[in-house]
Write a protein that binds this ligand. Sequence first.
Ligand code: G
Ligand code: G
Ligand code: MN
Ligand code: NA
Length: 257
Amino acid sequence: FTLSATMPAALERDEFYVDYQPLVRLEDSTVVGVEALVRWQHPEFGRLAPDRFIELAEETGLIVPLGRWVLRRACEQARRWREEFGESAPFVSVNLAVRQSRDPELVRDVKRILDECALPPNQLQLELTESAIMGTADEPLEALRALSEMGVRIAIDDFGTGYSNLAYLKHLPVHELKIAGSFMEGLRAADEEDAVDVQIVSTLVQLAHALRLGVTAEGVETPAQAKRLHRIGCDTGQGWFFAKPMKPAEIDEMLRR
Ligand code: G
Ligand code: G
Ligand code: MN
Ligand code: NA
């Protein structure tokens, strides 16, 4: 298929770019972090969302160089924010594909990129899905442990939709749970709340805190959801209610306010 065949050249030609979506502390609306989300500006098909090409890149293996490129780009951007905003600069949160989590070069790549960008490791968060972390091989776990010891933050993405082993979770080098946006449906408005979703989200927030982890709710689209999440005790929110994925310059503006 042509899309996958042209991907390596597209990476060379700089057709990919990264947008950033704020991660907002519910207590006081501070932007504490931003999630890096890759896009492809295709010369023929226009702007392609990651769900059009990430899976392809996983299949062909191009996800490894592409993921490394995103990581570098995001760390360079984080460094700029750090220069401008100092201690209050947001950390960057970068998605790691399953294949990257199993790449033997991962730890070395991350370390090199942090060094070259002179970025403190705690300004980087890596997001992995449950399936990338749980079960299977030991390599990804060892890599995560090394990264965590280095000071890099580790988040579990789309939490609640995969196959989490809760006994195992306790021993993982993880700092943050990101609750999947699908659970926010039932928190839309006080008068039409889905009691099951409210219970699930409350339970996941309590679970995170029992494990001494931070917890972020994804897919927050309405003020009622944000308010409810704050009352439930969730730490951080992400979603269209706060901000869509944006250009770095738009993030700059948000941080200045
Ligand atoms: O950008 P959007 O909100 O449409 O993201 C769609 C999906 O693509 C999400 O599941 C997100 O995690 C994934 N995604 C976005 N950027 C990256 C990336 O740089 N690497 C990987 N592996 N996945 C990404
Ligand atoms: O899987 P991951 O959490 O990395 O994916 C983030 C995805 O969620 C991106 O595609 C992003 O554009 C999308 N997204 C961000 N905010 C919202 C939101 O408020 N509602 C919905 N439906 N999607 C969102
Ligand atoms: Mn994510
Ligand atoms: Na997610």
